[in-house]
Design a protein around this ligand. Structure first.
Ligand code: C2E
Ligand code: MG
Ligand code: MG
Ligand code: MG
Length: 274
C-alpha cells in the first residue's frame, strides 16, 4: 500500500517543488524583461496540402532564447506568461513578428492563442490593428485555439469566434481529441479546421484501434464540413494513412521542422508552393 501511495506522498514534501516555484518566479521576471527584445522570436513550420504536398501555409511557433539558460521551450514559458498576464503583450509581439515575416510569402499563417489572450477584452482590436500595421491580409490569418477554454463560457466564446470570423479570420481547433468538446459544441462554435492531435497521429500507422479512432474523428470533421489537419506527421506511413482517412492538411517533421522564415522560404521550391 505504502508503495502505491508513495509517489503522491513524497511529492508533497519534495524540496524540488520549492525550487520549481523559485525557478518559475525567476523565469517570470526574466520573461517580463525579454518581451519586446529579440530574446523572443518566431519559427515557422510548413503546413502542406494533403492532396498534392504543396506548402500552403505555416504555423508560427514562439521561441525564447534566455541569455543564461539558453532555449526555453514554449511548453514552459507560455504557461508562465499565461498565469502572469504577460501573454497579452507577448502574444502581440509574436503576432506582429509572424505577420511581418510571412506577409510577402503568400502563405497562410496560423498563430496559437492561449486562454488569457482569447478572453482578453482587447483581443479583436489588438489583432485588427496588427493586421493593419503589417498590411497582412486578414483572410490569410488562422488562429489556433483549444476546446477546453471555450467550454468555460460557451455563450461568450461563440461571440468572440463569430466576431473574428465575420471579418474573415479563420479559426482552427488545435489538439483536437485531447479535450472535452462534444459534437454539439463543435456544431455550435463556428470553426474552419480541426487539428488532430499528435498523440493520434503517432499511432495511426501501426495500431489499428488508434487508426479507427482517428478515422472516426476525421469523419466527424468531414460531416461538419471542416478542414482537417494532422499535426506531428513524422513518417510516410502516417502521411499515407492520414491522406486515406481524409485529412486535408498535414504538418510535421516529415514536411519540415519549425525554422526561420528565411530558411523556410529558401527550402520550399517555387513549384511546391500553392
Ligand atoms: P502546438 O500548437 O500543438 O504545436 C505543435 C508542437 O508540436 C510544436 O511544439 C511543434 O514544434 C511540435 N511538432 C511539430 N511537428 C512535430 C513532429 O513531427 N513531431 C514532434 N514530436 N513534434 C512536432 P513547440 O513549438 O514546442 O510548441 C509547443 C506548444 O506551445 C504549442 O503546441 C502551443 O500550444 C504552444 N505555443 C507555441 N508557440 C506559441 C505561441 O506563439 N502562442 C501560444 N499561445 N502558444 C504557443
Ligand atoms: Mg498549434
Ligand atoms: Mg497542437
Ligand atoms: Mg499542443
Amino acid at each position: 500500500v505504502a508503495k502505491s501511495e508513495g509517489k503522491h506522498r513524497y511529492r508533497a514534501y519534495d524540496p524540488s517543488m520549492e525550487r520549481g516555484r523559485e525557478l518559475t518566479k525567476q523565469l517570470e521576471s526574466d520573461l517580463h524583461r525579454a518581451i519586446g527584445t529579440d530574446q523572443i522570436y518566431v519559427l515557422f513550420q510548413p503546413v502542406v496540402n494533403a492532396g498534392d504536398g504543396r506548402t500552403i501555409g505555416v504555423e508560427a511557433l514562439a521561441r525564447w532564447r534566455h541569455p543564461d539558460r539558453g532555449e526555453i521551450s514554449p511548453d514552459i514559458f507560455i504557461p508562465i506568461a499565461e498565469k502572469s498576464g504577460l501573454i497579452v503583450a507577448l502574444g502581440r509581439q509574436i503576432l506582429r513578428e509572424a505577420c511581418q515575416h510571412t506577409r510577402s510569402t503568400g502563405l497562410d499563417l496560423a498563430v496559437n492563442l492561449s486562454p488569457a489572450q482569447f478572453w482578453n477584452d482587447n483581443l479583436f482590436e489588438d489583432i485588427t490593428s496588427i493586421l493593419e500595421e503589417t498590411e497582412f491580409p486578414t483572410h490569410r490569418l488562422e488562429l489556433e485555439i483549444t476546446e477546453n477554454y471555450l467550454l468555460r463560457r460557451p455563450e461568450a466564446a461563440a461571440q468572440v469566434l463569430n466576431r473574428l470570423r465575420r471579418i474573415g479570420i479563420r479559426v482552427a481547433l488545435d489538439d483536437f481529441g485531447t479535450g472535452y468538446a462534444s459534437v454539439a459544441y463543435l456544431k455550435r462554435f463556428k470553426m474552419d479546421k480541426l487539428k488532430l492531435d499528435r498523440s493520434f497521429v503517432e499511432r495511426i500507422a501501426n495500431d489499428s484501434e488508434a487508426a479507427s479512432v482517428a478515422s472516426a474523428m476525421i469523419a466527424l470533421g468531414q460531416a461538419l464540413n471542416l478542414n482537417i489537419a494532422a499535426e506531428g506527421v513524422e513518417t510516410e506511413d502516417q502521411a499515407r494513412a492520414l491522406r486515406i482517412a481524409g485529412c486535408t492538411h498535414l504538418q510535421g517533421w516529415l514536411f519540415g521542422r519549425p525554422q526561420a522564415s528565411s530558411t523556410l522560404m529558401a527550402e520550399i521550391p517555387l513549384s511546391r508552393r500553392a
